[in-house]
Design a protein around this ligand. Structure first.
Ligand SMILES: NC(=O)C1=CN([C@@H]2O[C@H](COP(=O)(O)OP(=O)(O)OC[C@H]3O[C@@H](n4cnc5c(N)ncnc54)[C@H](OP(=O)(O)O)[C@@H]3O)[C@@H](O)[C@H]2O)C=CC1
Ligand SMILES: O=C(CO)COP(=O)(O)O
Length: 321
């Protein structure tokens, strides 16, 4: 086995399916032994990715020890769980090629996935796989392009070759900060775009929101060392467009429910919610203005109503674009 995917949510499962179609033997770790056994037996993940069939060369287990022969390990656990997960398993994971497949900023530390990996597993080679893709599309074998970011160029080239498939095209960069910040911050703007949609403010308002959202994503990301071309690429602009315009996105749907004053299933993974708060703290320390993100954090925290948030954004001083 050369590849293991740790985390059998929608995305981890979809990646395991796609990589197995390349002919590789792929390991898929689920934290719940009963869930792992059911997937191994039924060749399906009805809990997280209904409708996708696991190829025979995917082995599912709840024992990380079963996958330690893998040379490349994909980490597909939610962002706010990554730090604890790595600390629990650092003995097994340090020194390996670890590819984060999550999007967000850790609320406790203000770090992105690559820095979280580097701190927990200092001998590992960290990378991140991110960009515009819905798990269901990847599992169906629809064409998809993602960004693979790794600071070590040789490791990045090897990962690009190993993790690309005929329909899953990876573009390479060494700019890990740009890749992870684009993926993290676009989820926040997608919540805001959902609010605009749910509150019935119109498509013109959504286009304005996405554009000003991209401006503030870029402002914060550049201050944190990201490169402009990465923000303009798949992991930034590309994923912003996808997530702000599709009802397949959980962040967008969560925002729609907020905007319409409707309930939303609290067990759904909505990475932008915690990241709005984490990004607001980071930007506040650096005196960087990210008004949409701060408003999303205030809305999610229940500190403002939707009409108050809209009024606050519309009454900001007029300025140069
Ligand atoms: N879904 C998508 O289309 C895409 C998702 N992503 C990113 O992938 C990451 C994972 O999302 P996704 O797979 O969709 O999430 P899901 O909601 O589908 O699944 C979450 C997964 O995380 C597991 N999990 C929850 N808590 C812990 C924990 N404490 N330790 C270890 N595992 C835990 C869950 O296990 P259990 O089932 O037992 O609860 C489940 O396997 C996110 O950062 C997301 O932004 C990126 C691109 C596309
Ligand atoms: O990151 C994604 C698309 O690239 C998935 O979006 P959601 O997490 O909002 O569903």
């Amino acid at each position: 086995m050369t590849i293991a995917v740790l985390g059998a949510g929608a995305f981890g499962t979809a990646l395991a399916v796609a990589l197995a179609r390349n002919g590789d033997a792929v390991g898929l770790w689920a934290r719940d032994a009963g869930h792992a056994a059911a997937m191994q037996a039924t060749r399906r993940n009805d809990r997280r990715l209904p409708g996708a069939e696991l190829p025979q060369n995917v082995t599912v287990s709840a024992e990380i020890a079963d996958f330690l022969a893998a040379s490349t390990i994909l980490l597909a656990v939610p962002m706010q769980r990554l730090d604890a997960f790595l600390h629990d398993h650092a003995g097994a994971l340090d020194g390996r090629m670890l590819v984060a497949c999550c999007k967000g900023i850790d609320l406790a530390s203000g770090r992105g996935p690559v820095a979280i990996i580097a701190a927990a597993c200092p001998k590992a080679t960290p990378a991140i796989l991110t960009g515009p893709s819905f798990a269901a599309d990847i599992a169906r074998g629809l064409p998809t392009a993602l960004t693979l970011a790794c600071a070590d160029p040789r490791a990045g080239e090897a990962l690009q070759a190993e993790l690309s498939t005929p329909v899953l095209r990876l573009y390479r960069t060494e700019d890990t900060a740009g890749a992870e910040l684009g993926g993290a911050l676009k989820n926040v703007i997608a919540i805001a775009a959902g609010v605009v949609s749910g509150a019935g403010l119109g498509d013109s308002a959504r286009a304005a929101l996405m554009t000003r959202g991209f401006a503030e994503m870029s402002r914060l990301a550049f201050a944190l060392g990201a490169r402009p071309e990465t923000l303009a690429g798949l992991s930034g602009f590309g994923d912003l467009v996808l997530t702000c315009t599709s009802a397949q996105s959980r962040n967008f749907r969560f925002g729609q429910a907020l905007g319409a004053g409707e309930p939303f299933d609290t067990t759904t993974t909505v990475e932008g919610a915690a990241t709005a708060e984490a990004a607001s703290v980071v930007a506040g320390r650096m005196a960087i203005d990210i008004p949409i993100t701060r408003m999303v954090a205030a809305l999610v925290g229940g500190h403002v109503s939707v009409p108050q948030a809209v009024e606050a954004l519309l009454s900001r001083p007029l300025k140069k674009e």
